[in-house]
Design a protein around this ligand. Structure first.
Ligand code: SF4
Ligand code: SF4
Ligand code: FES
Length: 317
């Protein structure tokens, strides 16, 4: 009989969050400590299955004795740390992050909590002016960003990229949270089909040399789609239903099952609307897949409709 796995003993530390004192295991993030007592800290680039990349700065909080605001998603608590998630500096920073994002990115398909945070923060993206016309972002030269003339708000607007039958890339909705890059790369898929190109405001997610996905290293696992928080990456079926006003989550039933394709046993969540599978996700808390799937589990479900393949057809990734 094999020896039992060693139990990891972690010292607990005392931390005060918004005046509430609590003890949490050493190494817990400030965000984790806040969540353990039901204090909400808005986040965009954080996800429980990914290592924090600290890029959105929406989660910053004030730590007593610290000159700069600190990212709650990645900073570990220390003994006797005093944290404020609602100080004036925190609220101002949160409002500015949301306001600048909402003035330049189409957040209309982000989760309802994002729109709530915008409202609660008092962000006024409209004060930056009406959106500027789209620019050819793929052609932008690093270090040569033309400043806006002040009458319009610079945006990341660009046409939707539809270059394969499985999912679309609508980068006008991209907040550059890096989650897709991480999921495609080191954190899950190790395919490295996408990365950040450009600098500053012209930074954007791109395949190598902005080639179509069909010419890239992409294997269509859709793990990038699964982690995107703003609807910049969505399956083709969802995109089609949204564009035609037929996407209705209130009418969708989600059923957890096991992928029928191979013996790994990935868990699937089938999102069914009008007796049709419209999306497949995978639970983040599954110890094997942690939200990730392969192309078959994620997109290979049109056979279930009994009709000629609609999404995917005879597409060979
Ligand atoms: S579908 Fe998979 S391989 Fe393709 S870009 Fe997304 S994460 Fe990378
Ligand atoms: S496409 Fe989505 S996941 Fe990728 S960086 Fe943009 S918002 Fe984040
Ligand atoms: S959620 Fe912490 S930096 Fe984005």
């Amino acid at each position: 009989m094999s020896a039992p796995a060693p139990v990891e003993l972690r010292r607990s530390v005392e931390v005060a969050v918004d005046g509430t004192t609590l003890r949490v295991p050493e190494g817990t993030t400030i965000l984790g400590a806040c969540r353990s007592v039901g204090i909400e800290v808005p986040t965009l680039c954080e996800l429980e299955t990914l290592t924090p990349v600290n890029v959105c700065r929406l989660c910053v909080v004030e730590v007593e004795g610290s000159r700069a605001l600190v990212p709650a998603c990645s900073r570990a608590v220390e003994d006797k740390m005093a944290v404020s998630t609602t100080s004036e500096r925190v609220l101002t920073s949160r409002r500015m992050v949301l306001e600048l994002l909402a003035s330049s990115v189409d957040l209309s398909r982000a989760g309802p909590e994002v729109r709530r945070w915008i409202d609660e923060s008092g962000a006024r993206p409209e004060r930056h002016g009406p959106p500027a016309p789209p620019t050819g972002r793929d052609g932008a030269a690093a270090g040569h960003h033309d400043p806006p003339d002040g009458s319009t708000a610079a945006t990341v607007s660009r046409p939707v990229l539809v270059d394969n039958p499985l999912y679309v890339r609508d980068y006008a909705r991209c907040i550059l949270c890096y989650k897709c890059v991480e999921a495609c790369g080191e954190e899950a898929q190790s395919t490295f089909a996408i990365a950040v190109a450009g600098r500053g405001f012209d930074a954007r997610i791109s395949t190598e040399f902005a080639v179509p996905l069909t010419d890239s290293a992409c294997v269509y696992c859709g793990n990038c789609v699964a982690v995107c928080p703003t609807g910049a990456l969505v399956g083709s079926t969802e995109h089609e239903l949204r564009e035609t006003g037929r996407w209705d989550e209130a009418r969708q039933q989600v059923t957890r099952t096991v992928c029928p394709y191979c013996g790994v046993g990935c868990n699937l969540e089938l999102h069914v609307q009008d007796n049709r599978i419209v999306k497949v996700t995978s639970p983040l808390d599954h110890e094997v897949t942690r939200g990730n799937l392969c192309v078959k589990g994620r997109f290979g479900y049109s056979f279930a409709e009994g009709d000629p393949p609609e999404a995917g057809g005879d597409f060979q990734p």
